[in-house]
Write a protein of this length. Structure first.
Length: 252
C-alpha cells in the first residue's frame, strides 16, 4: 500500500504543533504529567517520537517500588488437620525418639499422620508417592449362645462363639437330634421284634395275618387318601434353621 500523508494526518490524535509546544515548552508540566498520569505521558512521548519533536527514550520507566513479600504457603486439608492435632514441638520430639520407629511397625496409619504434620512444619519433604492408609481389620463377629445350646454342648453358660463355631455347635445339635431319633426308632423296632419272638407259632401266624390285613388296609387307605409323609429335612437346612433360632433368641 502506497504512503498517504493526508490519511496519516487524519489518524493522528495530536498535531505536530501541539506535540512540539508540549515537549519544547516548560519541563515542569512534563514532569508533573509523568508523576500524575504515566500512561498519558508515554502516549505523548510516543507520538512526539513519531513526528520527530522528541528523541527516543533511552530507558523505560522504572517499575513501581513494591516491597518484597514472601510467598504465602498453602496447606492441604490433611495437613491442616494434622497441624490441628499435633504441635510442632510434639512432632519434633516424636521423630527424635524411638516411639516413631516402633509406631511405624505397630500403627503405620498414625505414623503417616504425624509425618504429614512434620511435612507441614517443614521438617520433611512430601513423599514422592502418597501413602494410602490401610483399613483396620473389622472386629470379629461374636455371639453369646443360649443356655440350652451351652448345656447340650457341655459348655459353660454365657460362652461367646464366632460364626464358624456357632455353625459347628448347631450342626452337632442337629446330628445329636437325628441320632436320638434313629436310636428311638431302632428301640421301637427291637421291642416289637422281641415281643413277636415271645409269641407262639399260632400267635405269630395270627399276628402275621393281622399285620397283612393292616398292611392291606393301609394300602387301601393310601390309595383313597394319599398319606402326606414329610420327607426328612436336609441336614444343611436343619443346621441353618438352628443357627437362625440361636440368633433370634439373642435378639429377643
Amino acid at each position: 500500500m502506497s504512503y498517504d500523508p493526508i490519511q496519516e494526518r487524519r489518524t493522528q490524535k495530536y498535531t505536530r504543533a501541539e506535540l512540539k509546544d508540549f515537549w519544547q515548552g516548560s519541563g515542569v508540566v512534563a514532569q508533573r504529567l509523568l508523576k500524575e498520569n504515566p500512561a498519558l505521558y508515554k502516549e505523548l512521548h510516543d507520538a512526539g517520537e513519531r513526528v520527530g519533536v522528541v528523541g527516543k527514550s533511552m530507558a523505560p520507566n522504572p517499575a513501581p517500588n513494591v516491597p518484597y513479600r514472601p510467598p504465602t504457603k498453602t496447606y492441604t486439608p490433611s495437613e491442616l488437620a494434622a497441624r490441628g492435632r499435633y504441635s510442632e514441638a510434639e512432632i519434633r520430639a516424636y521423630f527424635n525418639s524411638k516411639e516413631s520407629s516402633d509406631e511405624f511397625h505397630s500403627d503405620r496409619n498414625e505414623y503417616e499422620r504425624k509425618r504429614e504434620a512434620g511435612v507441614s512444619y517443614g521438617l520433611f519433604g512430601p513423599r514422592p508417592i502418597p501413602y494410602i492408609p490401610t483399613k483396620p481389620p473389622a472386629p470379629e463377629w461374636r455371639l453369646k449362645i443360649s443356655d440350652e445350646l451351652a448345656d447340650a454342648s457341655n459348655l459353660p453358660r454365657g460362652t461367646e462363639v464366632n460364626e464358624a463355631q456357632l455353625e459347628q455347635l448347631c450342626r452337632q445339635k442337629v446330628q445329636r437330634a437325628r441320632q436320638a431319633q434313629e436310636a428311638a426308632d431302632a428301640k421301637v423296632a427291637g421291642d416289637r421284634q422281641a415281643e413277636l419272638e415271645k409269641l407262639s407259632a399260632k400267635q405269630q401266624a395270627d399276628q402275621a395275618e393281622r399285620d397283612r390285613k393292616q398292611a392291606d388296609a393301609d394300602r387301601l387307605a393310601a390309595l383313597l387318601v394319599p398319606l402326606q409323609t414329610p420327607p426328612a429335612e436336609d441336614p444343611a437346612l436343619a443346621t441353618a434353621r438352628a443357627i437362625a433360632a440361636e440368633r433370634a433368641k439373642q435378639a429377643a
